[in-house]
Design a protein around this ligand. Sequence first.
Ligand SMILES: NC(=O)c1ccc[n+]([C@@H]2O[C@H](COP(=O)([O-])OP(=O)(O)OC[C@H]3O[C@@H](n4cnc5c(N)ncnc54)[C@H](O)[C@@H]3O)[C@@H](O)[C@H]2O)c1
Length: 319
Amino acid sequence: MSQGRALITGGAGFLGSHLADALLADGWNVVVVDNLLTGRRANLAHLRNEPRFEFVEKDICQPFDVGKIDYVFHFASPASPEDYHAHGIETLRVGSIGTFHALEVARKYSAKYLVSSTSECYGDPLEHPQKETYWGHVNPVGPRSVYDEAKRFTEAATVAYRRYHNVDVRIARIFNTYGPRMQIRDGRVVPTFVRQALLGEDLTVFGDGNQTRSFCYVSDEIDGFLRLANSDEHLPVNIGNPNEFTILECAQLVLKVTGSRSRIRNEPLPQDDPKQRRPDINKARQLLGWEPKIDLETGLRLSLEYFKKAVAEDTAAAR
Ligand SMILES: NC(=O)c1ccc[n+]([C@@H]2O[C@H](COP(=O)([O-])OP(=O)(O)OC[C@H]3O[C@@H](n4cnc5c(N)ncnc54)[C@H](O)[C@@H]3O)[C@@H](O)[C@H]2O)c1
């Protein structure tokens, strides 16, 4: 039984490709539009022969129309620090121009709309844990501003399309998510530590390692998106794991799960690195009946086979 036709912008990326799997499993037809800036065809290779799936290689900063759509999931944007530093202008463009184009698709076809926003909207927060009502503490001209401000603009454009054009929108504020299909060289904490551990290299911890992060396993995150997609909430909802770890604790857990004998090495803290990040998920709990189920150690174990394969491929490619 078909649920209708869903568009995923950025669906060749880490989260978008898992979302494609979940929507197909839920009975949707899925069309992915992606320019492969930071995503990979390999993330969708298993869907090659799926008749309910289409892939369109396209930059969404150009106007686009892939026919009638019932639900727009707007996920296109470089997301990792390595990627948005390398592609700063593209990040601002896709967050602004690309977002308008995604919203226009929703407006044209009276489709529902869900956008992937981020905990980066809170910047280096002065409130802890972060509730959706917190407006954030963001440096508009710092090195992370290309991403943070693009996403804040994305949220502003999204609520404006609801206010002025009555588009039926949802905003997921995503916190650090990890799992299979992440790029192993994207600078995010989990793949970096796992790669270093598997290669027997030192694990690089910035500062004293007492800054905290929370890590959500990808299947929990996708479950949160689907519940939000089926809800009527139009204002932002935090979707992330509230269990807080110091970066040092995370490094130690990676050593345990991989059985690696790597050592931990401290390096200087980058500018504007947030000291604490943890979602307050009471809104998601109450509104969506959602909370994550998979703890960090279990999620690392579930990801290990993928990371081993990715590290082996990366090493072979470098030869
Ligand atoms: N992974 C996380 O922990 C996390 C946290 C917060 C927010 N998010 C958000 O979730 C979304 C997906 O993140 P991800 O981790 O899957 O990143 P990703 O880089 O793996 O995926 C992003 C995808 O967007 C595509 N893309 C970028 N610019 C495009 C353009 N102009 N036109 C078409 N496609 C374009 C890329 O090629 C890529 O496939 C992003 O919007 C990101 O900001 C992710």
